[in-house]
Design a protein around this ligand. Sequence first.
Ligand SMILES: [Mg+2]
Length: 365
Amino acid sequence: MDALSSPVRKIIHVDMDAFYASVEQRDNPELRGKPLAVGGAAARGVVAAASYEARKFGIRSAMPSVTAARKCPDLIFVAPRFDVYRAVSQQIREIFAQYTPVIEPLSLDEAYLDVTENLKDMPIATEIALEIRSKIKAETGLNASAGISYNKFLAKMASDLNKPNGQAVITPKNGPAFVEQLAVKTFHGVGPATAEKMHRLGIETGSDLKAKSMQFLVEHFGKSGPYFHGIARGVDDRPVRPDRVRKSVGAEDTFAVDIGDLPRAIDELRPLAEKVWSHCEAKGIRGKTVTVKVKYCDFTQVTRSKTVALAHAGVEDILEVANGLLAGVHPFKRPVRLLGLTLSSLTGEEDADDVEQQPRLGLGF
Ligand SMILES: [Mg+2]
């Protein structure tokens, strides 16, 4: 990374320790201190997660349950409770959100946080990580580990260094040397098949990887070539991308008196669009899909949606689409008791910035 042209980022990778197994041990004291596998014990089951006690026997996630039971005859199998794991995951995300909106979950128990600029104005990322871990412990009773560094790759590597219940920092000064001595098979993004391929090409360590040219890496690893070229030098410019899946922003209003005519109904869309837009502004998000919901006095309802190619840039923009959608269901088959307006296909701040520099095409599809 060129420190002169771009500020050094502060990224934390938070990873819960033996997450599913730890939740089960938290909720059932009889399981504490015992080798435990979350997953099916049946013939074709696999281990979804193993407690640290089970790991001592060489039991790992994704291992067939039959193999796990052979390695540790006392192994206790517990059926997963994903609803509970999801609820804990939500608690953890709420803690993250106290520090930064730039959160990229990797799974229920792992996330990257960009805390370069953070909501608490805390200058030291290691202190943020300590606080987050102690809040997680206080609110969920569970241990988390953290890695702190100047990019995602190194933050992720760092979170493993002092696991469980620990954290580690890799500074810009130490990053390149740290990578050189690591075995490539431990790199995030190098799975077993890639590790085997690297082995055949004589690449065992970060140092070996660094010795290969970009051309060589692209030739052998295609699209991943530039990523490998970068991480071999401790460079990874991928941004932390906030979760953009399954989100929408919506508002609705039920009227004191049902509405029969289109102009009045259109007037009622404006405050809804303003509400939606102010939320988007506050969160730094944009959306491409507008949905209008019309609920009639007999409680039947219709919805109409339209997606544009580039994210909406303001209230008027959203209203133009929403008004058109509403006009499409007029004449109303009954008086309208409720109108709703939702924006979805949301994108984060970064994409929205890109969008504003381009002409709006406004193409429906
Ligand atoms: Mg974990």
